[in-house]
Ligand binder design. Structure first.
Ligand code: HEC
Length: 106
C-alpha cells in the first residue's frame, strides 16, 4: 500500500514546479490504481471485508480530491492546482490519523 506514497511524492514535485501536464498524468495514474471496493454480502471471506466502512469512505474522499486535482491541472490553473493539492494532503492526513499506526500518539 505504500506505493501510494511514491505517487504522492511525484505529485508534490510536479505541483511545486507548476508542471500541469505531469501533475495531470500522475493524478490519472493514481486514479487508475485498483481501488479497494467495499465488499458486498455476496463476497464472504474476502480480505477487504475485514476493513471498516470508514476506510472506504476515506479512500473515496481521497480519490475524489485527486480527481479534482487532475481537473485543475488539466485546466492549467495554478491557483486551483495549489488549492486542490492542499485538499489531497488533508485527505492523506485524515486516513493516516485513523488507520496508520492508530495506537501511536500524534
Ligand atoms: C484511505 C487511506 C489512506 C490514504 C488516503 C492515504 N494513505 Fe498513506 N497509508 C495508509 C495506511 C493504512 C498506511 C500504513 C500501511 C502501509 O504502509 O501500507 C499508509 C502509509 C503511508 C506511508 C508510509 C509511512 C510509514 O511510516 O511507513 C506514507 C509515506 C504515506 N502513507 C503517504 C501518503 C500520502 C502522501 C497520501 C496522500 C497523497 C496518503 N498516504 C494517502 C492509508 C492511506
Amino acid at each position: 500500500m505504500s506505493r501510494h506514497a511514491e505517487q504522492a511524492s511525484a505529485l508534490t514535485v510536479s505541483v511545486a514546479l507548476g508542471a500541469h501536464d505531469v501533475t495531470s498524468r500522475h493524478a490519472t495514474e493514481l486514479l487508475e490504481e485498483p481501488s479497494l471496493v467495499p465488499p458486498s454480502e455476496a463476497e464472504p471471506g474476502t480480505l477487504n471485508q475485514q476493513l471498516p466502512a470508514k476506510f472506504f469512505a476515506l479512500d473515496e474522499h481521497f480519490r475524489a480530491a485527486v480527481g479534482d486535482l487532475r481537473d485543475a491541472a488539466r485546466a492549467r490553473s495554478d491557483e486551483q492546482t495549489r488549492l486542490q493539492f492542499g485538499t489531497v494532503l488533508q485527505a492523506c492526513r485524515d486516513c493516516h490519523r485513523t488507520f496508520k499506526n492508530p495506537t501511536k500518539p500524534r
